[in-house]
Design a binder for this molecule. Structure first.
Ligand code: SAM
Length: 208
């Protein structure tokens, strides 16, 4: 059974704020200057949509496709309408809804790859890769494994929380950079947040 974030949507942002302060938002916003002026942007698993307000703040005429399966998350994201500069196509569905769409200049996966199991991850990364334009960028923000005991414990606690509340099947963090590297991407920019346990990367395809 796929995960369902409906039951946590109402508390998601406050909980993230209580644990990580502003780090979650700062990390997701740090590389928004990599977005081209009139870019086509795909956001997968956007949650409550905080990132849409950040995109609007760029004052660029971006065309954004926002894909999120949870109705409660989506309804929160829609409440952020209207936007001044960006145009948003809200699609309540899983990432699979993007298959067959034209490629995007920017694909954003923030705290999204961590919902998948090891069995699913390779395929999902491959599928997302096919949605990024040849010269496009993949913006990825997520937790990283550090080996520091209290951070390991916190990650385990978060997985347990989302297993109980959202039926999350993914149960541990993977090295997402290695998966993207398999698809020919390399990080051209990286920045760490919250004692090194959150990292925000800009990935580009390497020349083949
Ligand atoms: C951990 S939350 C992150 C939300 C948001 N990106 C953020 O950073 O605040 C993961 C989100 O991915 C969504 N999700 C789960 N499986 C998905 C899928 N297959 N395709 C698209 N979104 C998915 C969930 O509903 C949830 O909103």
């Amino acid at each position: 059974m796929a995960s369902n974030f409906n039951s946590v949507a109402f508390i998601y942002d406050s909980l993230a704020g209580m644990v990580f302060g502003k780090s979650i938002q700062k990390a997701q916003s740090v590389w928004l200057d990599s977005i081209p002026d009139d870019g086509k942007v795909l956001i997968l698993g956007g949650g409550t949509g905080f990132i849409l307000e950040e995109l609007d703040r760029l004052e660029l005429p971006l065309k954004v496709t926002y894909i999120e399966p949870s109705s409660a998350m989506m309804s929160r994201a829609r409440k952020r309408l209207p936007f001044k500069f960006i145009e948003v196509d809200f699609i309540q569905d899983t990432h699979r809804a993007a298959f067959g769409m034209d490629r995007f200049d920017v694909v954003m996966t923030n705290f999204f790859l961590d919902v998948f199991t090891q069995d699913e991850l390779g395929k999902v990364v491959q599928q997302i890769s096919s949605l990024v334009d040849k010269d496009g960028v993949w913006l990825l923000t997520d937790f990283v494994k550090t080996g520091i005991w209290w951070q390991n414990a916190l990650i385990k606690l978060m997985y347990l929380f989302f297993k109980v509340t959202a039926g999350l099947e993914g149960n541990r963090l993977f090295n997402f950079e290695a998966y993207l590297s398999e698809e020919g991407y390399r990080a051209v920019k990286q920045k760490y947040f919250y004692f090194g346990m959150i990292r925000s990367d800009v990935y580009k395809r390497t020349e083949s």
